[in-house]
Ligand binder design. Sequence first.
Ligand code: AHR
Length: 493
Amino acid sequence: MILDKSYQIAKVDNRIYGSFIEHLGRAVYGGIYEPSHPEADEQGFRRDVMELVRQLQVPIVRYPGGNMVSAYNWEDGVGPRKERPRRLELAWRTIETNEMGTNEFADWAAKVNAEVMMAVNLGTRGVDAARNLIEYTNHPGGTYWSELRKQHGYKEPHNIKTWCLGNEMDGPWQVGQKTPYEYGRIAQETGKAMKLVDPTIELVACGSSNSSMPTFPEYEATTLDLAYEQIDYISLHQYYGNRSNDTANYLAKNLDMDNFIKTVISTCDYIKAKHRSKKTINLSFDEWNVWYHSNEADNLIEPWSVAPPQLEDIYNFEDALLVGSMLITFLQHADRVKMACLAQLVNVIAPIMTENNGRAWKQTIFYPYYHASVYGRGISLKPILNSPKYDSADFTDIPYVDSAAVLNEKEDEVTIFMVNKHLHDSIVLTADLRSFEGFALKEHIVLENDDLKAVNTKEREEVKPHNKGKSVLREGILEADLPKTSWNVIRLA
Ligand code: AHR
């Protein structure tokens, strides 16, 4: 590898380390909010969970959905709790008690030092509900909705800056699914009204629910064509799984993500050219993760209960490796991917799990997310890497080693992130780092495990990093041992 200070991709937008809390399963109730828990604060928020979220330094959290938002009446979740209605929640077929809503979530986000990324309902509702909601959250006062917020105890506006125009509107599972044209038009008109209320906001339009959707990338092209002036970002969502238990193929799935990102960039730039526009639309990868372990269990859940254990994937070691590779992929596209949300944050396909009335604990995927979020801030550099390659069922020429590097000029640090995907062999990295004169090796963190299927539980952390990685830096040349199937974080300062 050659890594040079001046091979710069772009400044990393810290919001690529965002996450997501949906009113789904035990994400909210029993996750972030559990008033009867011994660790609950005066608002019912679990302190132990907040502490883990703070450790992750999550900069932005998407809310309240997800599929749930497409039939959500935001008005149900504000005002006195005892007057809030219990509703059928159609996306996940549960009961929504509305004990948590917009104001409480804004409070929780402030407590964990995160911004809110708010989604509006473009499934069953539209322009009117969205412009009222933003008047409620962002307008200082003197009007119906802003005064109502004050009556609800929130004198100051929340000033939410980032807004999603609906969720996965191309999906047949979505309440109020839209054709590309229907969605493009409602996004355009809703965006227009919202920016009239608050011109300082940024808007994310829905792209496709994943790259296999039959309307991909036409959905993006039509939406961008219609709403180009109103929107700032287009969203991407993607989940992966290892259903065929083919780890070599599974660990290569970030190549699919890379291709997805490149196609969406091309689509954005094609519409930019078509419009003769100077404005560049960037990407918000606002749902990404591994999701498949819990699928069967979810089919057995009875409908219409409150906060059942839905989408509770228990992640293993190989999942953490793919999560690491996906984070590397975002860093490689730091010039265009400006936001990304690990979906989700607590209990629901999440790095943090909780026991009702019990402990909070870290899943395997917590660690690559933590390392990238904490050490991956600064300028994304382009490593020139010559890696051996392999082929798998769905991919060819897969580099065994994925890599990204971030220069943090403020801290005078450089961090190299690497995944070795080789199932049997360690790989010796030789890296020319001569442009980093005066830097010394600080630590080499490794996440490794002989069992690809090893998981963490509330009692035992089977998968956790150590910092005894074998690296030597001599006269600007780094020699590092990347153990078989491992996530590596090499820090120099
Ligand atoms: O994150 C779980 C679900 O996945 C979200 O509600 C939806 O947007 C996506 O299909």
